[in-house]
Write a new protein. Structure first.
Lengths: 252, 322
């Protein structure tokens, strides 16, 4: 088939060639646009709604080269990691320990601090430190259900819960405790404050875990994404939605 | 670096089940059961999961044949029909495997009551508990909730009512229970009792909301139309429940409904099954847990008619029906 326009050919031939050429140009242009936009996937279990997190990050000039995706539970996040071409993540710090393809490049901070301790709470005084080995602890699935179980064991030194029960969202953790499905629950201090405001019954602090780093921004090594240096300029106002207010480079 | 790598190798080996067990799901084919079953199958990767799909006319013999053929170590039972099949099989003890088999159940009505004398069956209750329905509704409201009227049948639901009352007491919310079988248990007596108590006051206390029981003996055909629906439209009090369709435009009955999140129910169910298979915890030790994750609907038409002062920022956590 002759695809060249002809002087004396019918106008139909000419418009057909022009249409095909424009189509090829258009496809090339949109493909190059897609390559220019990196994807950043955010999962950090907190009381903040995913759409508020997404809106906050999208509104930051540092993310102009990014498509921002925020997730409310680990399963949806991990589906995106499998199916989307994600180059960067904002995740709990322990994620990068258990998923080898993600390396932390920036550490989020709060009030200058890079780490915190989770709080183990109960609703009844008899469920104290001494009875931890007899009790069930509730926790949010933060890095996959199997790996979260290992994480809990690492967090509580010298003690082990009888059983771990996981929920997908922070908003389900207090009901798990109040309904009696678990005797203990593990919260970050800021989530506990938010949850205490929603319920009248007051949780009793049982024990603090070991120190754990605040969330990190990680790079998915296999994707070799660009524009990572832009993320160092994320504003404090943007990070506030995650309960953070600063960012620093991770020393590798 | 090497030590860290080896440590992670060990951790990843430990994360696979020590052995692969056979799990037989016994269920109907429905959208909600499909959702739960798909999540269970995914979460129980590493174990062999098969399915026995029931129909309305499925007889016990078919179930027992499937069990004999597949010889599962554990059965995952969906619906009261599957639970009844399991209980019959355990009672008959026709083969040694039947006696040893363990089960976990969900999506069955009043599971705690149904399993109270059962052996080796644990479960996740299907009904969103009163604690969740009431506290989720409270979160939407600027007006405080103090007294919730809760008609129920003491003969079957006393234990769950008392637990709900205790849970809500800790939230400074009083659940005022009314035994609708007080004057008789036939539908006519129940309907008369319900009609006499549904109001904006009960025993001198102002009622802030009425909690609908998920009980088809109380919500019988005659009572539902002539008492419940009529009262919901007459009284200036929100009716709240754990059945999604009751807050729909079509039913126009409840102002608020909290109902199961089926995907999360799948995770909760798989976790319980995993506890039995991976940690060798007997089903008899696990009991029946409350369902934890719930979705919610707010009938905005009812809400506006009642002039409910709503927390606007909480509206994004519910499905708003207008």
């Amino acid at each position: 088939m002759n695809n060249s326009p002809t002087l004396h050919g019918s106008s139909l031939d000419l418009s057909g060639w022009l249409s095909r050429s424009l189509l090829v140009l258009g496809l090339t242009f949109s493909a190059s646009l897609a390559r220019a936009e990196e994807k950043i996937a955010i999962f950090f279990p907190s009381v903040a709604q995913p759409k508020d997190i997404q809106k906050s990050f999208e509104g930051d000039p540092s993310t102009k080269n990014f498509k921002v995706m925020a997730f409310g539970n680990f399963e949806d996040f991990q589906t995106a990691m499998t199916n989307e071409d994600v180059g960067f993540v904002v995740v709990p710090s322990s994620y990068t320990k258990y998923y080898q393809d993600v390396t932390p490049i920036y550490q989020l901070t709060s009030d200058g601090k890079t780490s915190f301790r989770f709080l183990v709470v109960s609703l009844a005084p008899e469920w104290n430190q001494d009875k931890i080995s007899e009790g069930t602890a509730g926790v949010v699935n933060m890095i996959g259900r199997e790996k979260t179980k290992f994480l809990v064991e690492e967090l509580i030194e010298n003690k082990k819960f009888k059983r771990i029960k996981q929920v997908s969202k922070i908003s389900d953790l207090y009901p798990l405790l109040a309904l009696g499905n678990a005797q203990y629950a593990i919260f970050s201090p800021q989530d506990l404050e938010a949850v205490k405001a929603e319920f009248t019954s007051k949780p009793i602090q049982v024990v603090k875990t070991i120190e754990i780093s605040y969330p990190v921004i990680g790079v998915v090594k296999s994707k070799k994404p660009k524009h990572g240096e832009d993320l160092a300029k994320l504003k404090a106002a943007t990070l506030k939605v995650l309960g953070m207010d600063g960012i620093k480079a991770v020393a590798n | 670096m090497m030590r860290r790598f080896l440590g992670l190798m060990v951790l990843s080996a430990l994360s696979s089940p020590a052995y692969s067990a056979k799990v037989m799901l016994v269920r109907f084919q429905s959208d909600d059961m499909n959702t739960v079953a798909e999540v269970v199958k995914k979460d129980l990767k590493g174990h062999e999961v098969t399915e026995f799909i029931m129909k309305k006319e499925t007889e016990y013999a078919e179930f027992f044949d499937a069990f004999k053929q597949q010889k599962p170590q554990l059965l995952a039972l969906f619906d009261n029909k599957a639970v009844n099949f399991m209980k019959k099989m355990q009672a008959e003890k026709a083969i040694p495997e039947a006696e040893k088999a363990q089960a976990a159940a969900t999506m069955a009505l009043n599971l705690r009551y149904v399993l109270k004398d059962a052996q080796n069956i644990c479960g996740i209750a299907y009904e969103v508990p009163a604690f969740t329905t009431v506290t989720r509704f409270r979160a939407l409201n600027k007006k405080p909730l103090q007294h919730i009227l809760a008609p129920y049948r003491k003969s079957e639901f006393e234990a769950s009512f008392l637990e709900a009352k205790q849970q809500l007491d800790k939230e400074n919310i009083k659940l005022l229970g009314v035994d609708v079988e007080k004057n008789g248990s036939n539908p006519e007596d129940i309907n008369k009792m319900v009609a006499s108590v549904l109001g904006d006051q009960y025993e001198g206390k102002k009622i802030d909301a009425i909690l609908i029981p998920s009980d088809n003996l109380i919500l019988n055909k005659e009572g539902f139309v002539n008492v419940w629906l009529a009262k919901a439209r007459e009284l200036k009090i929100p009716f709240i429940c754990n059945i999604d369709k009751f807050a729909s435009k079509e039913f126009d009955f409840c102002t608020f409904a909290a109902y199961p999140d089926f995907s999360d129910l799948g995770h909760q169910f798989a976790e319980q099954i995993g506890e039995i298979l991976n940690n060798n915890t007997p089903a008899s030790e696990l009991g029946v847990d409350y369902i934890v994750a719930a979705k919610a609907s707010l009938n905005m038409v009812r809400s506006k008619a009642l002039q409910l002062p709503l927390n606007e920022e909480k509206l994004e956590t519910v499905k708003v029906i207008e």
